[in-house]
Design a protein around this ligand. Structure first.
Ligand code: ADP
Length: 267
């Protein structure tokens, strides 16, 4: 025999149990939703290059008498789509592995100053053909505990963007200094700048500014909208923060703040 009071307590306990279980499931549900959205977006993004490739290759069957020279624009377009997809799939893999916590940083002491100088020099050669000057103003001897490959990947993403969004004759500067126990690294360009309405979204996966969406570089290099989300992941894994400031038509500056010594978000 259960008294009324006990019944009420039991009901309250059951309701509280349901409430707590529901609350505990909310983060799991939202992680699940994020993953589903990621898969849907990735599939959607891959459909366009696949469709373009299909059209170009089907054309070859429709004109069996054409020579390779006659069809070469279509063949090279199919090849550019393959290159684009390869780049996107590699980036998607990095993001999927980071979501699954399968990417461990391989930490070691890194001479950040040398890494910046060396990477900037590599890009200077590449930029020369566009008449863009790449310079470095880096305090010597800045050391960071980090993953050298990931830090290099981060710099490549920022420099590659700077190069793509800066017109001929522009300038790109890589800087690094230590202030107040923090390391500040930045990549500054005199490029197109970022419209204010794009600013809050540029680190989102698949987000491309209007210009990037409509414009393909002369080499057919089209943005995937994934570079900056990978950049932010790398920075956060090193316990740092990345910020952007930009003026439309004048240029952009991406600044990364790293703590000195070993520190990771997941620690
Ligand atoms: P994407 O492959 O499109 O460049 P990112 O994630 O690297 O993808 O960048 C997202 C968007 O941010 C770009 O589409 C572009 O609109 C803007 N962006 C990034 N870097 C720059 C830059 N240096 N100058 C101007 N716009 C930039």
């Amino acid at each position: 025999f259960i008294g009324f009071g006990s019944l009420v307590s039991l009901a309250v306990a059951v309701l509280a149990g349901f409430f707590l279980a529901h609350r505990a499931l909310i983060p799991i549900q939202s992680a699940w939703n994020r993953q589903s959205q990621f898969t849907a977006d990735a599939s959607h993004e891959l459909r366009t290059p696949l469709a373009v490739m299909k059209l170009n290759l089907e054309r070859l069957f429709r004109h069996p008498k054409h020579t390779i020279e006659q069809e070469s624009p279509h063949i090279s377009q199919a090849i550019s789509e393959i290159k684009y997809m390869t780049r996107m799939v590699t980036q998607l893999l990095t993001l999927a592995q980071s979501d699954a916590n399968q990417l461990e940083l391989k930490l070691s002491p890194v001479d950040l100053s040398s890494l910046l100088e060396k990477t900037a020099r590599g890009f200077a050669e590449l930029a020369e053909s566009k008449g863009i000057l790449v310079t470095a103003a880096v305090e010597p001897g800045i050391e960071i505990s980090g993953d050298p490959e990931r830090l290099y990947q981060l710099l490549v993403i920022l420099l590659d963007n700077a190069l793509r969004y800066t017109p001929n004759g522009g300038r790109i500067q890589v800087e690094a200094s230590v202030r107040g126990g923090q390391i500040y690294t930045s990549v500054r360009d005199t490029g197109s700048g970022i419209p204010p309405e794009d600013m809050p979204r540029i680190f989102d996966r698949f987000y491309r500014g209007n210009k990037a969406r409509t414009r393909q570089g002369e080499d057919g290099y089209e943005g995937t909208g994934l570079g900056l989300s990978i950049a932010r992941w790398i920075v956060e894994q090193h316990g740092g923060r990345i910020r952007v400031s930009s003026q439309l038509g004048a240029g952009s500056q991406f600044t990364i703040q790293f703590p000195m010594g070993r520190k990771r978000m997941s620690d």
